[in-house]
Design a protein. Structure first.
Length: 255
């Protein structure tokens, strides 16, 4: 088990840069296509210079998504057997499942030089997710091989599929909280035959709410990427400074 690095992304801004604000929006529970439309709208505005950095949270209705590298054979006829819709998306990666009880986060932020690198960005998100798991009493690690994500032993607890467009990030991460894991077993997730999925509830033997996970992720993400202000746009609240892990109320966690 590798030690967690300290604030892996603080080099994102120079000491003389202006303060950075992160706008956080909770989209609630939505169909994948609806949430993707919001992502694309925010991304377009960010690329045009008319929007601040955003962190979008969503809980998807049940859906199998296929990335650019996905093979339809990896669905194993699961959509028909389980009655779950399929959505082909422009992200990278293979086939995966989204559904209730899963925290999905879509950061749409500009990566200034020298951090305009997908590998570095994925590593930073892995560190944030590992801290979220640790807050809830679960020790997680990463695969140094070709399969990004976060794992508990040989069981995958979080997926990371990101994209950069002109150095602005979109797509993001999915962390299993109380997710029904059967749909993962019905497909070849991420093109990995025999892959076993797990969840925070299964590993910690207690229920972790979407709100708990969002607060933990938001705190660690903002601190790691050097954001000085967080605006929760759904309630108009603006906070200076980043809520640290001590503000996160996960059962048996570090805070």
């Amino acid at each position: 088990m590798r030690r967690l690095p300290r604030n892996p992304c603080l080099l994102l801004r120079a000491a003389d840069d202006e303060s950075l604000r992160l706008v956080v929006r909770d989209l609630g529970r939505r169909k994948y296509a609806d949430a993707l439309a919001v992502q694309e709208s925010v991304l377009a505005a960010r690329l045009a210079g008319g929007a601040e950095d955003h962190l979008l949270f969503v809980e998807h209705e049940p859906v199998f998504t296929l990335g650019r590298a996905a093979h339809t054979d990896d669905l194993l006829d699961a959509p028909h057997r389980l009655g779950v819709e399929v959505f082909r998306t422009g992200r990278g990666g293979g086939v995966t499942y989204h559904g209730p009880g899963q925290m999905v986060a879509y950061p749409i932020i500009s990566l200034p030089p020298p951090r305009r690198d997908v590998r570095w960005y994925v590593g930073a998100l892995q560190s944030v997710l590992r801290r979220v798991c640790a807050d809830c009493g679960v020790e997680a690690d990463v695969d140094e091989g070709p399969h990004p994500g976060v794992w508990v032993a040989v069981r995958k607890i979080a997926a990371i599929v990101v994209a950069l467009r002109r150095c602005v990030t979109w797509h993001g991460v999915a962390l299993n909280l109380t997710t029904d894991l059967d749909p993962f077993a019905a497909i070849v997730p991420c093109g990995i035959r025999g892959m076993r999925a797990t969840s925070l509830a299964r590993e910690s033997h207690q229920e972790v709410s979407i709100g708990m996970a969002q607060r933990s992720f938001q705190a660690h993400f903002a601190k790691a990427f050097g954001f000085d202000e967080i605006e929760d746009s759904y309630n108009g609240e603006v906070r200076e400074g980043c809520a640290g892990p001590s503000s996160v109320d996960c059962p048996n966690g570090s805070g």
